[in-house]
Design a binder for this molecule. Structure first.
Ligand code: HEM
Length: 164
C-alpha cells in the first residue's frame, strides 16, 4: 500500500523527534561517531566493490584475492546501512523532501537489483569464465552499471549532507 505523502512526512517528523533521535542529536560524541563510521565504511564497502567491478571489466588482473574483496564489501555495506539508518532517524523530516536523499535511495535500489541479477545469472558459473578471462558481456554490463551508479550514490550522499 502506498502511503499518502503527508502521512509519510508526518512519520518522518515523528521519527526525528523520538527520544533516540534526540539523544543522538544532543550527544556531543554520538552523532560524529555515527557519521564518521558512515564515511569510514565507504572505502571498505564501495572501494572493494569498485576493485571487483574493475576486474570484471578486465581493467585489473583477475585473482582469488579480489574474491576476498566481496567479503569485506559486505561488512562495509552492513556498517553503511546501519549507520545510514541512524543518520536518517536524526534528520528524517529534513531528509524526506530532499531530492538528493530520494535519488540516493532509488540508486541503492537499482544497485540491489543489479547485484541480484549478477548473483543469480553470472556468479554460479564464475569459476568457468573468470580465470580464463572470458567475462560474459552481461557481467561486464553489471560491473559498468555498478561503477556509475555507486558514483551517483556518493555524490548524492555528499550533496544532501551540504543541504542539511
Ligand atoms: C550503502 C551505501 C551508502 C553510501 C555509499 C552512502 C554515502 C554517503 C556519503 C558519502 C555521505 C556524505 C557524508 C558527509 O560527507 O558528511 C552520506 C551521508 C548520509 N547518508 Fe549515506 N550512504 C549509504 C547508505 C545510506 C543509507 C541506507 C541511509 C539511510 C537510510 C543513509 C543516510 C545518510 C544520511 C542521513 C546522510 C547525511 C548525514 C549528515 O547529516 O551529514 N545513507 N552517505
Amino acid at each position: 500500500m502506498i502511503l499518502p505523502s503527508t502521512s509519510l512526512f508526518d512519520w518522518c517528523q515523528w521519527l526525528q523527534n523520538t527520544p533516540l533521535a534526540t539523544m543522538i542529536n544532543e550527544s556531543i560524541w554520538l552523532f560524529p561517531l555515527i557519521e564518521g563510521s558512515h564515511i569510514l565504511a565507504l572505502p571498505i564497502s564501495v572501494g572493494m566493490i569498485v576493485m571487483f567491478d574493475l576486474r570484471l571489466l578486465g581493467l585489473t588482473t583477475g585473482s582469488k584475492v579480489t574474491n576476498e574483496f566481496l567479503r569485506w564489501s559486505r561488512f562495509g555495506f552492513a556498517v553503511m546501512l546501519i549507520t545510514g539508518v541512524f543518520l536518517f532517524i536524526t534528520q528524517a523530516g529534513k531528509a524526506y523532501g530532499n531530492p538528493f536523499f530520494r535519488t540516493k535511495l532509488l540508486l541503492l535500489l537499482v544497485l540491489g537489483i543489479n547485484a541480484a541479477v549478477y548473483q543469480w545469472i553470472f556468479y554460479p558459473k564464475m569459476s568457468q569464465w573468470d580465470l580464463a578471462g572470458k567475462t560474459p558481456a552481461g557481467a561486464r554490463f553489471c560491473a559498468g552499471l555498478s561503477l556509475i551508479v555507486w558514483i551517483g550514490v556518493i555524490v548524492c550522499g555528499r550533496t544532501m549532507a551540504y543541504e542539511f
